[in-house]
Design a protein around this ligand. Structure first.
Ligand code: FAD
Ligand code: UDP
Length: 363
């Protein structure tokens, strides 16, 4: 059977590009997904108690990209949501990222923003060159705050010292000299009304889109005839690991349901220094669902397993560059998304990348 377009992977990257091809080009597109559902890692579902959970970890949509926000807004209404995170340090639950509130609560002070600047300036470690995530944190906040908030969390999350991973990781966390304790300050933030799966289902309503679930692209790559392939699976897998296996960080997501309305004081609580898990998410506090029970998720990072995070080291990037060279040689194949581009993309950046690919190369 011939399809002008085949998309491997039904995550946000694959669905966005499939939607554009089907709706704007009015062409047929086959989406092949190895899991039993669409949505990739943004997939959410109702558990046996009827609580809406994010099966692959907490997903909060936030962006400054108006076009992306409006594009996804064609498929969902947005419920207002401003994400907040608490972190357990020295036995206290205090706001994360580090703000004036965080330091005042941690040190039992009542600093003003100007006093916080002086406090931080006295501790930040001057550096000529910022080369690693450790450098990022030390140069911003100094040794003690680094140790309390970042060092152990990062070791747990990545399995290596922050000195061994690149700057992009800890740079994701801002330092604020004010009382704004929101986790993100992007202009557009929200939760898709009814959930991410519902939004993804709306993206693939077009009859030009055919979806094949429970099917690994590798099973059909020699059987299906196509004009153009958009591949969103792992880069190394596509090339049969010819330059070795790329490291991706994985996570065990462990759910627990409690017979009480509320488990914790914030949607997410981080545990940098205690326990083997990094954080606990309480889903009702993300979705706003009312229910007499509550479900939480603990995240236990691990090396092997389903690939979730591209590994942020210079060696891994160099290894990925070998695959990029192979990609350039492929005819009529585009590599897109967190796994194929080996990038620590947020949802909005993945959708942006897919819209750009469509506009620049496919339409
Ligand atoms: P994926 O969602 O990984 O989709 C790829 C799809 O391809 C998967 O369904 C996979 O099964 C399929 N596939 C792979 N190989 C094959 C194959 N050979 N054949 C067929 N199918 C295949 N972003 C935010 O903006 N905010 C957040 O709060 C946030 N939280 C996150 C929390 C966690 C724990 C994780 C892991 C990610 C989080 N993200 C968040 C990032 C977000 O999940 C990604 O940006 C987005 O899902 C990437 O979409 P994608 O399509 O590139 O990849
Ligand atoms: N991080 C940390 N302490 C925290 C939260 C985050 O050290 O309390 C570091 C850690 O290395 C993590 C990175 O900052 O991997 C990015 O955090 P983010 O919350 O963006 O992680 P994600 O939601 O992508 O897992």
């Amino acid at each position: 059977m011939y399809y002008p377009y085949v998309v491997a992977g039904a995550g946000l990257a694959g669905l966005t590009v499939a939607e554009r091809i089907a709706a704007e080009k009015n062409e047929k597109v086959l989406v092949v997904e190895k899991r039993a559902h669409i949505g990739g890692n943004v997939y959410d579902s109702y558990n046996e108690d009827g609580i809406l959970i994010h099966n692959y970890g907490p997903h909060i949509f936030h962006t400054n990209d108006r076009e992306v926000y409006e594009y996804l807004g064609c498929f969902t209404k947005w419920d207002d949501f401003w994400h907040r995170v608490l972190t357990q340090v020295d036995g206290n639950l205090i706001p994360m990222p580090i703000t004036l509130e965080t330091l005042n609560q941690l040190y039992n002070l009542s600093m003003t923003p100007r006093e916080m600047k002086e406090f931080i300036a006295a501790r930040a470690v001057p550096m000529e060159e910022i080369k690693t995530s450790r450098d990022v944190a030390l140069s911003k906040v100094g040794e003690e705050i680094y140790q309390k908030f970042f060092e152990n969390y990062t070791k747990k999350q990545w399995g290596v010292d922050p000195a061994d991973i690149d700057t992009s990781v800890i740079s994701r966390i801002p330092l604020r000299f004010n009382r704004d304790t929101r986790y993100f300050t992007d202009k557009y933030q929200g939760m898709p009304h009814g959930g991410y799966t519902k939004m993804c289902e709306a993206m693939v309503q077009n009859t030009n889109i055919k979806i094949l679930l429970n099917t690994d692209f590798n099973e059909i790559r020699d059987v299906v005839d196509y004009g153009t392939l958009i591949y969103t699976g792992p880069a190394d897998e596509y090339f049969c690991y010819k330059h070795g296996k790329l490291a991706y960080r994985s996570v065990d997501f462990v759910m627990e349901t409690y017979d009480c309305e509320s488990f914790q004081d914030a949607p997410v609580v981080n545990y940098p220094n205690d326990f083997d898990y990094t954080r606990i998410t309480e889903f009702k506090k993300l979705t706003g669902q009312q229910h007499k029970k509550t479900t939480i998720m603990k995240e236990f990072p691990k090396a092997e397993g389903e690939p979730y995070y591209p590994f942020p080291t210079a060696d891994c990037k160099a290894q990925f560059a070998l695959y990029q060279k192979e990609m350039e040689k492929e005819k009529n194949v585009h590599f897109l998304g967190r796994l194929a581009e080996y990038r620590y993309y947020n949802m909005d950046a993945v959708v942006r990348s897919a819209l750009d690919l469509y506009r620049d190369k496919l339409c």
